[in-house]
Design a protein around this ligand. Structure first.
Ligand code: ADP
Ligand code: MG
Length: 314
């Protein structure tokens, strides 16, 4: 393609919210063979909602939610946001005035009065959070986090958890002072265009894969809904780049689509990294493409644009 053709294609892309960083990236996209999608916030809307809570300790549900929300209050994770939202509504929705204008401010005020004091908070990427409340350790996260800390998960809870996961929900486990105390089930719906885009990519001869830190059962349930057969689940944040490299081994051109901080090493490792949506700054920096509309159809637009721009001269 001539420099002019590249410039035109870049402009056409920009008009569609497909921002490409340079002619090389534009050229590589035509040959993408494997395309690796992050699950949360990329295939899904990234708007998690709590759908179930289950307390196993005889603790009052309100007290349980206060504990869990307090532990998650310093986390930036979408799951933490879902829990805080839910706890807030559980405790305070009925007590708000009818004015919505200052809802956000009000929420912050209420929280600062209501959340419990937390000591030694740490976020454990790919696992959850831990901190101390009332001098006792609280863990909120996945099975790995709970088991690593030597907390026994009761059989009834495990059954409940499996049921959530088979229904494409993420189950969050909670342990306090060495005991398992309950579960929170969270659901994050697929983006509405996701399944159509996956089908379209297959028709274009591009092989889709899903990668996630979430557990295998939830991952497989979501993958089935969206039409992806190849899944890599329970991948620690650093492992996503290894998944990319494993597909590159035979010299194939590999694309990665992701939105999170967790995804930036993989976006950088990919031949064609695509940051989607508002994305985090670091993801945008690591990527070759930025899909600003947060619409998965633009993945197809990007590959199409490259194919159309470079096919003419060969
Ligand atoms: P993803 O690849 O889907 O973005 P992450 O690597 O961020 O997933 O997290 C993987 C898993 O770790 C989550 O599905 C969840 O079970 C657990 N987890 C991570 N952060 C938190 C948190 N703040 N609260 C509860 N669970 C968490
Ligand atoms: Mg994500």
């Amino acid at each position: 393609a001539t420099p002019t053709a590249v410039m035109v294609a870049t402009g056409v892309g920009a008009n569609h919210g497909v921002l490409v960083k340079g002619g090389d990236a534009l050229e590589r996209a035509q040959n993408v063979k494997y395309i690796i999608f992050d699950k949360t916030g990329t295939l899904t809307q990234g708007k998690a909602t709590v759908t179930t809570t289950k307390v196993f300790s005889g603790m009052d549900i309100g007290d349980f939610l206060t504990l869990v929300a307090s532990a998650e209050a310093s986390s930036e994770h979408p799951l933490a946001k879902a829990i805080l939202d839910y706890a807030f509504h559980f405790h305070f929705f009925g007590k708000l005035s009818s004015s919505n204008d200052d809802l956000k401010k009000r929420k912050e005020d209420v929280f600062s009065q209501w959340l419990l004091e937390v000591a030694d908070f740490s976020a454990l990427p790919g696992k959850g959070v831990q901190c101390w409340i009332d001098g006792k350790k609280i863990l909120v996260g996945n099975r790995t986090l709970i088991s690593e800390n030597g907390v026994n998960i009761p059989e009834e809870a495990e059954n409940f958890l499996v049921d959530m996961e088979l229904n494409a929900k993420t189950g969050i486990l909670v342990a306090y002072d060495g005991d398992f105390i309950g579960l929170v089930g969270v659901t994050d719906p697929l983006k509405r265009e996701a399944a159509v885009v996956i089908e379209g990519l297959k028709k274009m001869g591009v092989y889709p894969v899903m990668v996630t830190g979430d557990n295998w059962r939830t991952a497989l349930a979501v993958a089935k809904e969206v039409g992806i057969e190849d899944v890599r689940a329970e991948v620690m944040p650093a492992g996503k780049a290894d998944v990319i490299r494993s597909f590159q081994k035979d010299g194939s051109v590999v694309a990665m689509v992701g939105d999170g901080i967790n995804d930036s090493p993989a976006l950088a490792a990919a031949d064609v990294g695509m940051a989607i949506g508002a994305g985090t700054d670091i993801a945008i920096e690591a990527a070759d493409y930025v899909l600003v509309r947060n619409n998965l159809e633009d993945v197809i637009t990007a590959i199409d644009l490259s194919r159309k721009t470079f096919s003419r001269i060969r």
